[in-house]
Design a protein around this ligand. Sequence first.
Ligand SMILES: Cc1cc2nc3c(=O)[nH]c(=O)nc-3n(C[C@H](O)[C@H](O)[C@H](O)COP(=O)(O)OP(=O)(O)OC[C@H]3O[C@@H](n4cnc5c(N)ncnc54)[C@H](O)[C@@H]3O)c2cc1C
Length: 349
Amino acid sequence: MSVNYFMQILKNHNLKPYTSFGVDAYASQFITVTTLSELKSALQISAPQRLILGGGSNLLFCDDFDGLVIRICLTGITVNEAAEDAVYLHVAAGENWHEFVQWTLAQGYDGLENLALIPGVVGAAPVQNIGAYGVELKDVCDYVDVLDIDTLMVRRYTPADCQFGYRDSIFKGELKDSAVITAVGIKLHKPWIAKINYGPLASLGDKTSALAIFKQVCLTRQQKLPDPNKLGNAGSFFKNPIINKTQFNAIAVLHPNILHYPAGGDIKLAAGWLIDQCALKGYQQGGAQVHTEQALVIVNTGTATAADIVALAKHIQTTVQTRFGVELQHEVRFMGRDGETSLAEVCRG
Ligand SMILES: Cc1cc2nc3c(=O)[nH]c(=O)nc-3n(C[C@H](O)[C@H](O)[C@H](O)COP(=O)(O)OP(=O)(O)OC[C@H]3O[C@@H](n4cnc5c(N)ncnc54)[C@H](O)[C@@H]3O)c2cc1C
């Protein structure tokens, strides 16, 4: 297969408009693909490394990127209503996730309402198994279509193949640099069952509708989370730590009121609560700030550099570790000059 020379490769391209943190970082090469054939061509362009970019809402570029950024803009949705038990949707990877959720509800396909207003595109949703208000992508995922970067063949992954976990999947592990998600199959079960166990949804009651849940989720999120279009951020910066019962019991002796939830046989702590207990809301490092309302979110007040965000993240991690003995892991993916990196690596220098 030959390279499609009509696709425009942009050189030394600023990534700021493509990421929700809105910090300056340049990619040595940048290309937008709108079809599978363009994607295959782009994957043959010679580059030291590649990065697949969706909506850029879960990424922090800690440095300029010495490689090819491929922005996925594949679109299209097909519907199969033939089955009795579910509606099946095949959704291209570049479709905007929230617009897709809105579209399903407008068609009368209920089931995605709890996942409203999550930024980004459909192709990124399986990567960290997006979740909110008691529902995760894995609960509605029928399959994931994946292009193998070496063979340029598309293979269909079942949910079991995807190894979904809490903010985790095979696409963050084994397949990290070798696969591009091209489409996601969604299965919306019939009859629809409301999922209202979580927080502010409980007050809606059993007779609620998917649209009412959608509106409540949007309202709550708008009240709780800063809008990245107004205040740069990448949502929850850290994951909620999951620890075993022995570790938990040791912490609970010193902090008997610690907020926690059962997580299988383990215990999940609330990262936002831990940060809040350290009185870090509003704490600022250069142009980066712990959001004044939601401690789990780091915001760009307008002038933040990646270094400011990294320094603030390190300060939060160290402060929580010192007070509670728990090491927070970042949910946001860190990109360095030569590919993915981490808070620990960036701080080592
Ligand atoms: C205000 C705000 C609120 C948020 N709330 C939530 C929430 O409630 N729940 C939640 O789970 N997340 C949340 N997030 C995080 C983020 O929106 C999700 O992780 C989202 O799925 C990222 O999508 P994206 O298109 O922006 O991905 P990007 O940031 O572009 O990419 C994220 C990762 O996925 C990889 N990737 C992207 N597309 C593909 C593809 N087609 N194939 C292979 N790899 C790919 C990238 O290489 C990168 O490593 C929030 C973020 C913000 C800013």
